[in-house]
Design a protein around this ligand. Structure first.
Ligand SMILES: [Zn+2]
Length: 167
């Protein structure tokens, strides 16, 4: 998150506070929150105040090989110059003529869909997460889970890891 978002961060924390205060003795799962270290510190304070400590923090992490596979797949996408809704993905779509859409339009790669661009997106995401995972690792709360596979596979893997961690 960029600077100048302290008001936003305060608002986010208040929304979380409101949600947690409505809970009546049940557990809770915060999805995708916190996203910054300052939000994590605010959450630490809030959970101390509410006497609702975390059992664990699940970090869904893609193996490097899977990251590479996804970058390759995304960077292989091509768009049609005739119709921007025509997209071609080599893994799933078949072309009769190389480089030509089924409508006859020329296929091209958008400037913001290159391998370098996607690689930078993954790297900056990792860089954004690093201080957060460190924050929770230092508290002994971090549970890293392999995020490759189907939704069901990842969910049960995450649940099992969290249960094991909470024992
Ligand atoms: Zn087309």
């Amino acid at each position: 998150m960029e600077s100048g978002s302290l008001v936003d961060e305060h608002l986010i924390t208040e929304v979380v506070r409101d949600g947690l205060q409505r809970l009546t003795g049940t557990g809770f799962l915060l999805l995708g929150h916190p996203r910054t270290v300052s939000l994590a510190f605010a959450l630490d304070d809030l959970l101390r105040e509410l006497d609702a400590p975390l059992d664990g923090v699940v970090h869904l992490r893609l193996p490097d090989s899977e990251v590479e596979r996804r970058i390759d797949r995304l960077a292989a996408r091509r768009r049609c110059r005739n119709d921007r809704t025509h997209r071609f993905e080599p893994e799933v779509d078949h072309l009769d003529v190389e480089g030509v859409c089924h409508c006859g339009g020329e296929l091209y790669q958008r400037e913001d869909e290159t391998e370098t661009r996607y690689r930078n997106m993954f790297l900056s995401y990792e860089a954004m997460l690093e201080p957060l995972t460190r924050h929770y690792a230092e508290q002994g709360l971090l549970v890293t889970v392999d995020a490759a596979g189907t939704f069901d596979e990842i969910s049960s893997r995450a649940l099992a890891a969290l249960q094991k961690h909470s024992l």
